[in-house]
Design a binder for this molecule. Structure first.
Ligand SMILES: C[S@@+](CC[C@H](N)C(=O)[O-])C[C@H]1O[C@@H](n2cnc3c(N)ncnc32)[C@H](O)[C@@H]1O
Length: 253
């Protein structure tokens, strides 16, 4: 049988998640090599386009010199600054161990890349997307429209976390790419923002709920989600163009 060789480009530190997705979707492939930013594999599939349903790697190439950008999403018609790479959003959803019955909240939704990923590829029940910025809310609405997701599955509204209107304890997952204070915001305002996030989580998260957060403000995050109430685990560190934010998994003790 003829085999074809492929190279996946991955975000540094994410190989465990990319391998999981790859082997779940293509159990018969042969892994040839694994580096911090690449995975090489062989497959009997000739057409590179067959791998378009991989969402955690950023690119795939074959030996004929063809490359597909796997981070590109057809529904991502609007962008905000400091938006998350869609491949990383997919990995955040994997870390969150999403379930079909879950309601997810992203309180810093930007253009809603994380909530749309959760609905579209993990088929969860409902998402709540909020952000202080009117531009982010408009961008989110346009991206949701571009996905054709049923309107009953999402709620989008403006909300300042410092003065939050959300109070119902019906959230199973909080997933978010937080303001880091480098490209968006500053350290002092982050302190108040992170404290308010913790207060909100205490109020709205169901008993067995999980929180998955991407941030560069690692010390502040651990300070705010205190040890006596929360268990805070750093899951991976990403190289985002010279910044090294981490993904944290947080549970109530
Ligand atoms: C790093 S961006 C998130 C981007 C988003 N994950 C995406 O990929 O499009 C942080 C977001 O936090 C929002 N934000 C900043 N301060 C806020 C506040 N006080 N309340 C709610 N949202 C806030 C910003 O408007 C920005 O959209």
């Amino acid at each position: 049988m003829t085999t074809y060789s492929y190279t996946l480009k991955i975000l540094e530190g994410t190989s465990e998640y990319v391998l999981k997705e790859l082997l779940e979707k293509y159990p018969t492939i042969e892994i040839v090599k694994e580096n911090k930013d690449e995975i090489l594999f062989n497959s009997d599939i000739e057409d590179i386009n067959s791998f378009r349903n991989l969402y955690s790697p950023t690119h795939i190439s074959n030996l004929k010199g063809n490359t597909l950008n796997l981070s590109k999403r057809e529904w991502r018609v609007e962008f905000v600054s400091a938006g998350i790479n869609p491949s990383l959003a997919y990995i955040l959803c994997m870390i969150a161990n999403l379930d079909k019955d879950n309601i997810l909240l992203d309180p810093f939704c930007g253009s809603s890349v994380i909530p749309i990923t959760a609905i579209k590829y993990f088929d969860i029940k409902r998402v709540i997307c909020t952000d202080i910025s009117g531009n982010a809310i408009d961008a989110s609405k346009k991206n949701f429209k571009a996905t054709n997701i049923d309107e009953s599955k999402y709620k989008i509204f403006r909300n300042d976390i410092l003065n939050s209107k959300i109070s119902k304890r019906n959230v199973d997952r909080i997933l978010s790419n937080l303001p880091f204070g480098i490209r968006v915001g500053d350290h002092e305002s982050n302190r108040e923002i992170y404290k308010s996030l913790e207060q909100l989580a205490k109020k709205v998260l169901r008993k067995k709920g999980l929180i998955v957060l991407l941030t560069q403000e690692k010390v502040l995050l651990r300070e705010v989600f205190s040890k006596d109430i929360w268990s805070v685990k750093s899951i991976l560190q990403v190289n985002e163009g010279g910044l090294f934010p981490e993904v944290f998994l947080i549970k109530k003790m």
